[in-house]
Design a protein around this ligand. Structure first.
Ligand code: EPZ
Length: 420
């Protein structure tokens, strides 16, 4: 199993190309199930999660081929199977997104329940209640959800009791092929939803309210093909911003958009990190001075993203003062804390809040990661730590960060992948 070796203590300097967003590319790929014409996506990151979704879509009958450098062409002329099997779905929850498009197009879907994952129970009840509101009959059998709407889905008003990125994406896709108008209230407003809506609109969908909490979808009989470029990954950009902050130096994040990162950039600026936006992207710098502790609470967009919480905790472990980090999205997303403590961080977990007392230095150690964002937080800590760190279980990183060690080493980090 691959590991990552880091020799800490080197400032970073250079330009990092920000890849296409994993969490936008996944639903955009699923949107190919909505039309028999080709969906051509540019700027798709090369990641394990993308390959896995490729396998899932292929077994539904989608023909997938590379498109230029870093693109994918997906065409679902016919749906070969409306079943998404357990073996594939359990590996990646985002594959549950096929349920809405399949039932909307074929009148039925049989999708394995994803099960829990390292960061929490993560049920799919909002997806199911939403599909039910659109007229699907839902049954559970042998670990599978069976959704049936033989006469097609019908537009309806769906009020989400709380914000869910995945349920919003699933329902907005399904509503595009439903008869009549669907109104989604308390919808997620993440930039990835905006990207999905923009792509669906270019496919001929009639959707109003992108970027707000109320989406109105007037069902179209059919959607057509499209060519669409995936938006830049705000979580990757935010991670490199924190890398510059923790290691010191200056990084230009080519392609990153400040409007997708307002909350984290505000907190970094308050902590004393220099941030500027130019035509080519964002520049994040820290020269010498230690940064101040700041408190954050994770929230749906436009709040501070849960997907940057672990990275921010690594940063705060070296801040001047004590920081309180409250996780409100997932119930079990502090597994990086004990690993950071192995490197000398002082962290106390009280329920959903981590109290991080900044220390002057961290020390390298062998550490282990349990999920994607936790792994990268350990790499960030390692960049600033004295001595060597080995991060085990790197396959988590490969799910969501494209060429991380290459991008960092080009900017001066001493980082290498060890393959056994
Ligand atoms: C998306 O997950 C992202 N994944 C996650 O990124 C991200 O952390 C999360 O949104 C929050 O921003 C993708 O886009 C592929 P949710 P998703 O539905 O859609 C609960 C990463 O590291 N919930 O907004 O699954 C749920 O358990 C990943 O890239 C229900 O209770 O997140 C969670 O507590 C990790 N019932 C909360 O809502 C439901 O039916 C928000 O989840 C659905 C969700």
């Amino acid at each position: 199993m691959d590991r990552i070796w880091v020799q800490g203590g080197r400032p970073l300097d250079g330009t990092v190309p920000i890849s296409g967003a994993k969490n936008a590319a996944l639903p955009l790929m699923v949107a190919s199930l909505l039309t028999e014409e080709a969906v051509e996506l540019e700027n798709v990151p090369r990641l394990a999660d993308i390959s896995l979704l490729t396998d899932i879509l292929a077994q539904h009958g989608v023909a997938i081929e590379p498109l230029g450098a870093g693109g994918l062409r997906l065409q679902a002329r016919e749906i070969a199977s409306t079943t998404a099997p357990y073996d594939l779905v359990r590996k990646m929850r985002a594959s549950f997104l096929v349920s809405g498009p399949l039932v909307a197009r074929c009148g039925e879907a049989q999708v394995s329940l994803p099960g829990g994952c390292a960061i929490g129970a993560r049920p799919v009840d909002l997806h199911l209640r939403g599909l039910e509101a659109l007229g699907a009959q839902i049954a559970l059998a042998d670990g599978y959800v069976l959704a049936r709407a033989p006469k097609g889905l019908k537009g309806a008003r769906v009020v989400f009791p709380f914000v869910s990125v995945g349920a919003t994406e699933n329902l907005v896709m399904a509503a595009c092929l439903a008869q009549g108008t669907t109104v989604l209230e308390n919808a997620a407003q993440e930039p990835e939803i905006g990207d999905l809506v923009a792509c669906l609109q270019a496919m001929g969908a009639d959707i109003e309210g992108a970027g707000t909490s109320r989406l109105v979808v007037r069902g179209a009989g059919r959607l057509k093909g499209v060519r669409h470029a995936v938006l830049p990954d705000r979580i990757e950009a935010g991670t490199f911003a924190m890398a510059a902050a923790i290691a010191g130096g200056s990084l230009t994040l080519a392609g990153a958009r400040a409007r997708d990162l307002e909350a984290p950039l505000r907190v970094l600026a308050e902590a004393g990190i220099e941030i500027s936006e130019g035509p080519g992207g964002l520049t994040v710098a820290r020269n010498g001075a230690r940064f101040a502790a700041r408190d954050v609470v994770t929230e749906p967009f436009p709040g501070f993203p849960t997907d940057l919480q672990a990275q921010f905790m690594a940063l705060m472990s070296l801040a001047e003062g004590t920081s309180h980090i409250k996780e409100t999205i997932f119930e079990n997303r502090f597994m990086h804390a004990p690993e950071l403590m192995r490197m000398g961080a002082r962290i106390l977990i009280r329920g959903q809040t981590a109290e991080v007392a900044g220390v002057e230095r961290l020390k390298g150690a062998p550490v282990m990661a349990t999920d994607l964002r936790a792994s990268v937080s350990l790499v960030l800590a390692a960049l600033a730590a004295e001595g060597e760190t080995i991060v085990n279980r790197v396959y988590h990183l490969d799910r969501g960060f494209e060429r991380l060690e290459e991008k960092l080493s080009r900017c001066g980090a001493l980082i290498r992948r060890l393959t056994d």
